[in-house]
Design a protein around this ligand. Structure first.
Ligand SMILES: [Zn+2]
Length: 141
């Protein structure tokens, strides 16, 4: 599997993820949330930041079902999904991920026919090569 490359700005995201917390960087001056993490607030240009705890709930904003050609490790798991999740707590923040049937389940564990734009999801962290990676579970209803 490809694992995320952790840079200085994004390191806190992964440290919180390792504790099972989904946090998004926010500006310590104006309070605006931003993602992906970066040093400067695009709204007020402040360099002061904090990490705000999210509920972990979201909605599928969009998704794709990648088709070949795929990298070999992904080809073995096709058909799988790649989703953009809009966070309920921060509707302008969208995270890329995968919907799976259960924490730790493979990428192809959800029938693509069950995916719908707008479907409610919640985060579940899965360990991939020693890193806690956020994945998404479909909520009922
Ligand atoms: Zn700001």
């Amino acid at each position: 599997m490809l694992t995320p490359v952790i840079d200085e700005d994004g390191a806190p995201f992964w440290e919180y993820a390792a504790r099972g917390e989904l946090r998004v960087q926010s500006c310590a001056d104006c309070g605006e949330l931003r993602f992906p993490p970066r040093p400067c607030c695009p709204h007020c240009r402040s360099f002061a930041s904090a990490w705000r705890l999210m509920s972990g709930r979201g909605r599928i904003w969009s998704y794709v079902l990648p088709h070949p050609p795929l990298l070999p490790e992904y080809a073995a798991q096709a058909p799988y999904n790649a989703v953009l999740v809009e966070l309920v707590d921060a509707p302008r923040i969208r995270l890329v991920g995968n919907v799976v049937a259960a924490p730790g389940a493979p990428l192809n564990s959800v029938d693509p026919g069950r995916l719908r734009i707008g479907a409610p999801v919640r985060v579940a962290f899965t360990e991939v090569d020693g890193l806690a990676v956020p994945r998404w579970l479909l909520e009922r209803g």
